[in-house]
Design a protein around this ligand. Sequence first.
Ligand code: NAD
Length: 469
Amino acid sequence: MTTMPTDPPADGLGDGLGDALGDAQEAVDEACRAAAAAAYGWRHTEAFARGRVLMAIARRMLADLDELVATECAETGKPAALAEAEIRGAADYFEFYASLVHLPSGDVLDVRPDLHVYTMREPYGVVGVITPWNLPLNQAARACAPALAAGNVVVVKPAETTSGTTLALARMALEEGLPPGVLTVVPGPGSTVGTAIVEHPLVRKVAFTGSVPVGQSIGRIAAERILPLTLELGGKSANIVFADADLDFAAAEAVRAFTGNAGQVCSSGTRLLVERSVHDDFVARVVALARRQRPGHELGPMITDKQFETVQHYFQVAAEDGLVPATGGTVAVAPGLAERRYVEPTVYVGVTNDMRIAREEVFGPVLAVIAFDTEDEAVAIANDSDYGLVGGVFTADMSRAFRVAHAIEAGQVYINSWSTQSVQMPFGGHKASGYGREKGIEALAHYSQVKSVSVRIDPAPPRTAARSS
Ligand code: NAD
């Protein structure tokens, strides 16, 4: 089901914005009412039946993979192989949570002999989901699948420029048997449609994936409404390479970590911390591999013009700090690249952790390399960040690998690999990277709330006195 607000007229600000806001509120209201009307039925649908619908949605996404990939590529410009992997991942979410519809379950608590006390988990009801443009369908599925599995109904607002595959998901879900109103997409601007979702009185939980400033503004509204949130925000994740690591493999992983989706990934490894004794050798390998990422082939474009401008701005910021890129640092120009705006993979060496290029999320294929001498120093640099989304450590010393993984302030850490994420692995941030968790069984706890029930057990009737013989 889809509800569309009309765009503001291009010729006037005052009335146009007022109209746009009114249209957005109306579209969101309609979607929320439809969702609320469907909530009881979906929640009380037998769990197996709910699971079967979610599984059918997963199969349908795979059956219509080509169509979804084509839509995603048209809207983002990303390489087809990458879009395909992301959409297969989106189907995985539905398959995984289809098999978990009986969870989360409750407990029986041993309180008193005359009480039967148990806990149960209940859905919130209407869940608002707001997603960004970098992995459009994958991010929508990441939130929608567990929310639906836990018995909620969902109103989704995808990013303005990349709504196509989320709209297709809702259509396919309806065709596969998801009742009308259970999953509704309201496309449109964040400032109108997004805000209207967060403010709507029928919405009882919001899962937001996006930038810190928007997460903060949603948090302010949520504070007024006592609205539970899952916030999946940005990152400036550290990837720590010790001298004893398999340097060839670590270099390939370090490049994958910052160039995947042209760096437009919240969990990119954008700070590379390298032990000083192998620093120059390792950087040479990274630079050589980064240069092999060909824009328009392995490397996709900046998905929005605004993001392209942001990356150009950070080239300027780095230059003002006296940094000269070891590679990249410029617009990628090559035959066939005219339709989209690309930047070359960019590596800055000699960065210190106080520089803006080491502290702020660029959201492009830009790497800041920082040298360190000791394990403690590496951990201190990794944790000296406002963010705490993910982290990586490469070393042959497994005791050190565990020590460092446990010391890194982040929701997910990879040892001797980068971003080996899976649907099963809970994902989410520390510090400004957000709170709550997506993925894994863990996500179900964030899309449900606990109720405890106490039942009095009547005392047994007095026992008849035993007969004396
Ligand atoms: P953004 O915050 O600008 O927008 C995200 C979504 O929020 C969009 O749908 C947008 O329309 C909507 N929005 C904008 N203003 C709003 C408002 N006032 N109220 C409600 N909704 C509003 O982010 P973006 O530029 O689309 O995405 C990039 C950011 O997302 C990066 O910071 C990245 O790190 C982050 N991100 C995080 C994760 C994660 O899982 N932690 C995943 C992907 C992206």
